[in-house]
Design a protein around this ligand. Structure first.
Ligand SMILES: *Cc1c(COP(=O)(O)O)cnc(C)c1O
Length: 359
């Protein structure tokens, strides 16, 4: 606290990202990073990059990447917005769309950054509880609202809604913007990107951080009606004209170009996930059905916080949220088969865990 702080920031409660400790031999399953390297074409771009070009400002519009994303999704460039990670895209979207006279609706259990942005901008919001099975129940979003935001698949539950449900929601809320955050969609859910052409009230946000193994480069984007994209551009150009650096623009294009590498690594993560879920079930864990690159699990009788501490002493990091609704759950990022085998064998050595085959 300082007397120089603007009054409004004194009450901010910032988002807490997962730890990035600099410790050797750590098995890092706490921030949903991809265990595989980015596409080989990314390495080629970075190696060939002429550093002298860094004297110049980058393309403020990230044109090559925007064009590549538009082609990838069968849209025009005017339907694509690019930002410095999807967190930035989300922040600009909150500013552009959700400062309304009616409350923004969001699930009570979801990506905790939404709440942070709403508070940052002083946006009135209402948190809608999930049902008993941790599912988003769209019938609960029928109240008058100034916008709706949720992650699909949801975080940290990992549970996905079907595209039909999303379409129903869009039809019911034609006077409010529905923002679907698809950070994990490539690991087994259906994307609402196919509905962009049809629904001017839909904004789909995706990222290169998870499924394209580029969390370190910070590339996020939004797909939506040209008028929505225009709104985002207005806010962006009132804030930072050059959010995408040259390396991100070029490496992003290379990552997007390699569809077969993308598919192969996503498929591998999903196969490892499903195998790990089976193993965890045999060790007494209850795993929510995941359409993501993480598993959200609780143990039948051991406490999540205790288990997290136990794993940590064995140099394995997983994420635990102390919020009361999910305090007994751990979020475990899907790593390589070797990393997951280490996790399982470490859990098996816990004095209170026994393996019991489940069918
Ligand atoms: C990881 C994540 C993001 C942020 O991704 P970046 O593009 O790295 O900023 C956004 N939403 C959800 C739900 C996420 O899990």
């Amino acid at each position: 606290m300082s007397k120089f702080w603007s009054p409004a920031i004194q009450s901010l409660v910032p988002y807490t990202p997962g730890e990035q400790p600099r410790v050797a031999n750590l098995t890092k399953l706490n921030t949903n990073e991809n265990p595989y390297p980015p596409a080989p074409g990314v390495s080629a771009v970075l190696r060939a990059f002429d550093y002298d070009r860094l004297r110049l400002y980058p393309d403020p519009d990230a044109t090559p990447l925007k064009a590549a994303l538009a082609a990838h999704f069968g849209l025009t460039r005017s339907q694509v917005f690019i930002g410095n990670g999807s967190d930035e895209v989300l922040a600009l979207a909150f500013m552009a769309f959700f400062r309304q006279n009616k409350p923004l609706l969001m699930p009570e259990t979801t990506y905790s950054f939404y709440d942070v942005y709403a508070n940052l901008y002083g946006i009135e919001h209402r948190k809608v509880p999930l049902d008993d099975e941790f599912q988003i129940c769209l019938d609960d979003y029928s109240t008058d609202n100034g916008g709706i935001i949720f992650a699909n698949p949801n975080a940290p539950t990992g549970i996905a809604l079907g595209i039909d449900d999303i379409e129903k929601l869009l039809k019911r809320n034609q006077n409010s913007l529905v923002l679907v955050d698809e950070a994990y969609v490539d690991f087994g859910a259906a994307s609402a990107a196919t509905l962009v052409e049809q629904y001017p009230n839909l904004l789909v946000v995706q990222t290169f951080s998870k499924s394209r193994s580029l969390a370190g480069l910070r590339i996020g984007y939004a797909l939506g009606h040209a008028d929505l994209i225009d709104g985002l551009e207005r806010v962006k150009n009132s804030f930072n004209s050059y959010p995408m650096d040259m390396l991100a623009i070029e490496a992003g294009c290379a990552a997007l170009a390699d569809e077969s590498y993308f598919r192969a690594t996503c498929d591998q993560v999903m196969a490892t996930r499903d195998h790990s879920a089976q193993e965890l079930a045999e060790l007494g864990f209850i795993c929510l059905p995941s359409s993501t690159n993480f598993l959200f699990v609780r143990h039948r009788y051991l406490e999540a916080a205790e288990l997290m501490g136990y794993l940590r002493t064995h140099n394995i990091l997983v994420r635990h949220f102390s919020r009361p609704d999910i305090a007994n759950y751990l979020r475990i990022t899907v790593g390589t088969d070797d990393q997951m085998a280490l996790l399982i064998s470490t859990l098996e050595k816990h004095p209170d865990i026994q393996r019991l085959p489940v069918s």
